[in-house]
Each structure stands twice: as structure tokens, then as C-alpha cells.
Design a binder for this molecule. Structure first.
Ligand code: FAD
Length: 358
């Protein structure tokens, strides 16, 4: 029996695998999709995320991010990074780098989906549905980690989803879509273009490529229809080749409330552990921080400590993203976010640097 089986080989799952392997635990990942895995994402890594990746020996190629710019049709305000630099990284590049590091540490990846589990006081037995035709197999481990994303099957099987009546999105569900353009970035800032009910995030990911992710309510149509709400941005990319338009990717609903992070020997991490929104672009950094504390709890044989550690390392992000999302969704407050940031650029820069990017 191995120590840890991880369901999902995205950034959260692979970072946890790397941390566990570095702590001397025997770890296996079950992931049905082949490497490198792509996903709808803004692909911006904050300085703290870049540092956390370097700490586990992962240094992917990308484009330096020097800060963030908020824009609407009348205002523009920049918050340069005061300490360190961020990185725009294609998801496929990030995934390949994480997978390479995990393999170098002896982490095995099984091409299978975790379809359920049973557990007793000493172990968890997961049901694996293999990619190839054939019967499901069972796999025993001391712990099972659910790192299987927004719609986590492990979370569902562990009954850690809240009852529908206790969901807190107020019916205002948000989704994300993304596309890449072959175009030299015109700035090293991540641009966040704000309009009525959605935002467009522009991230430089290479010297000749940018990614655009649009977040907003459902029903606004496909990505082209959504981009029409941003005429200035559309003008910039009009003559550029859309390198992934046949492969526009979406994700959502983004908000996933979760009752708690553990049920016995089953623990959740990353988007599976609960997610608010991509508004502050912190998902990967948060997953890396969670991986560090989760691996420490498992290595110490103290899974019961994880919930408190998770709350501690995600508190800042939950407060910031929750506050911004709430403001965004208020009829009077939402349209005033960019004007307020433009009126108080030093405060905006301080919030970005002290709270979001530290
Ligand atoms: C539009 C958008 C923009 C975003 N922008 C940013 C940004 O700029 N910066 C940032 O840091 N974050 C951003 N995020 C958030 C970020 O993408 C996520 O937080 C991050 O991908 C979470 O990683 P994860 O490993 O938890 O989940 P995922 O990346 O979703 O990985 C989950 C993995 O689990 C696998 N899986 C699913 N089900 C099973 C199963 N039953 N068994 C086994 N494996 C399974 C999947 O194949 C997948 O590989 C954005 C998100 C969206 C939607």
C-alpha cells in the first residue's frame, strides 16, 4: 500500500505529489488526461506563486509580468509589482514542467479517473476507471487527495458539497472562457478590462503570444460575442492570428462552496477544496500554498491539522477575492471599481502589492 493517492494531475495534484515525494512519502497520481494538460485559465502567476514553484524545483518558461492594469472605457490605472516579478505561462508549459519534476522524484501517474472510494481507520481504497476499456480497478493508499478540480468527484463521493439550499452564489454564476493570439504583448502588465457584467484578462505568455480570458455570467454567448463588449481590446487583436480559436476553452460555474477540506483519510486541495472566482488570478498560487501545508500534515501523520492550515494559507485570498467579487456584483458599486482605483492609484498599488501579490 502506498502513502498517498492523488486524484487529478493538474497544478494542485502535481504540486502536492512533488511536496509529498520530497517529504519521503510514496505517492501516485491518477489523471485521465495526457500530458501536457490544457485548461481555461488566465495563466498569470503572481510573484508568490513563482517563488513557490521555484521552491519545488519548477521554473517554467513564460513572459515576465510587471504588474496589473485595470481599464474601463474611460479610465486606466497601473499597479506595478514592487517586489519580485510575476510570470505569464501557458498552461501546457506549466503542466509539462510540473510533470517533469514529479517524474524525476519518482511519482507514478496512472491514466485513470477516480470514480469513488471506501475508507476505514487505516486506509482508503479508491475505485479507478482506467482510460483503456476494461473493468475498474481498486487502489489502496493511506490517504486519498482530491485534486480533481471545480467539479471534484472525490468531493462529491466524500459528501463535502454543501446542500443546494446552502450554496452562496446568490444565483449569480460566473464562467470563464479563454483564447490565445499570436501577437507580441504591448505591455508586460496583466490588463483587466472591465465592462458591464464581464471582464477580459489579457496576459502576455510569450514574446509572440498573449492569452485572453473572459469572465462573466452565462448567456453572453461564445467568446467572440463576449469580446464584442471590449471594442478597444478587439481592435488590438483584430489582425492577429487566434492560435487556439478552434480550441476555446471554458470553465465554470466558478464558485464552489465546500463544507470542509477533509473527511477521514480523504482530503481536498486546489479548486476541489473550494473556489470563489478567478477575478484576482490566484488559483494556482493558492493551490501551491495548500500543497505545501497538505504534504506537511500527511508527512507528520496529522491529517486533522489540514483544515486549520488550509484556512490560514487561503485567508488573504478568500478575503480579497470575496470582497472584490461582492463589490463587482453590486449594481452601484461594480461600475465604480475602476474609477475608484484610478482616483487612488497609490492605494490600488498598495492593495495589489501588500494583499494580492505578497
Ligand atoms: C477563466 C479562468 C481564468 C483563470 N485565471 C487564473 C490566473 O490568471 N492565475 C491563476 O493562478 N489561476 C487562474 N485561474 C484558476 C486556475 O485555473 C485554477 O485555480 C487551477 O487550475 C486549479 O488547479 P487544480 O489542479 O486544482 O485544478 P485543475 O487545473 O482543474 O486540474 C484538475 C485535474 O483533475 C483531473 N480530474 C478531473 N476529474 C478527475 C477524476 N475523477 N479522477 C482523476 N482526475 C480527475 C482533470 O483532468 C484535471 O487535470 C483561472 C481560472 C479560470 C476558469
Amino acid at each position: 500500500m502506498i502513502d498517498v493517492l492523488i486524484s487529478g494531475g493538474g497544478p494542485a495534484g502535481l504540486a502536492t505529489a512533488i511536496r509529498c515525494a520530497q517529504a519521503g512519502l510514496a505517492v501516485t497520481v491518477a489523471e485521465p488526461r495526457p500530458t501536457p494538460i490544457d485548461k481555461a485559465c488566465g495563466e498569470g502567476l503572481m510573484p508568490a506563486a513563482v517563488r513557490r514553484l521555484a521552491a519545488i524545483g519548477v521554473c517554467p518558461a513564460g513572459h515576465v509580468i510587471g504588474g496589473i492594469r485595470y481599464l474601463d472605457d474611460r479610465h486606466s490605472v497601473d499597479a506595478p509589482v514592487a517586489n519580485g516579478t510575476g510570470l505569464g505561462v501557458r498552461r501546457t508549459v506549466l503542466h509539462a514542467a510540473l510533470a517533469l519534476r514529479a517524474a524525476a522524484l519518482g511519482v507514478e501517474v496512472i491514466p485513470a479517473r477516480v470514480a469513488g472510494f471506501t475508507q476505514d481507520v487505516k486506509s482508503v481504497r479508491a475505485l479507478l476507471a482506467p482510460n483503456a476499456p476494461g473493468p475498474p480497478a481498486s487502489f489502496a493508499a493511506r490517504y486519498l487527495v482530491g485534486a480533481d478540480g471545480l467539479h471534484s468527484a472525490v468531493r462529491k463521493a466524500a459528501a463535502l458539497d454543501p446542500a443546494p439550499a446552502r450554496r452562496r452564489d446568490g444565483g449569480r454564476r460566473r464562467y470563464g472562457l479563454r483564447r490565445h493570439y499570436q501577437l507580441a504583448p504591448w505591455t508586460d502588465l496583466v490588463e483587466v478590462h472591465w465592462t458591464g457584467d464581464c471582464e477580459a484578462y489579457v496576459t502576455p505568455v510569450a514574446d509572440d503570444e498573449i492569452g485572453i480570458a473572459v469572465l462573466g455570467a452565462p448567456g453572453a454567448g461564445n467568446l467572440d460575442a463576449r469580446l464584442a463588449a471590449f471594442p478597444g481590446l478587439l481592435e488590438r487583436v483584430r489582425s492577429a492570428r487566434a492560435v487556439s480559436s478552434s480550441d476555446d476553452r471554458g470553465a465554470g460555474p466558478l464558485r464552489q462552496d465546500v463544507r470542509r477540506r477533509a473527511a477521514g483519510r480523504v482530503l481536498l486541495i486546489g479548486d476541489a477544496a473550494g473556489y470563489l472566482d478567478a477575478l484576482t488570478g490566484e488559483g494556482i498560487g493558492a493551490a501551491l500554498a495548500q500543497a505545501e501545508v497538505l504534504a506537511a500534515c500527511l508527512a507528520a501523520g496529522r491529517p486533522g491539522d489540514y483544515e486549520r492550515a488550509w484556512r490560514r494559507v487561503t485567508r488573504k485570498e478568500r478575503v480579497l477575492t470575496g470582497g472584490l467579487l461582492w463589490s463587482r456584483q453590486q449594481r452601484l458599486l461594480g461600475p465604480r471599481i475602476v474609477p475608484a482605483a484610478a482616483a487612488l492609484p497609490a492605494v490600488f498599488a498598495a492593495i495589489v502589492n501588500q494583499v494580492a501579490w505578497a
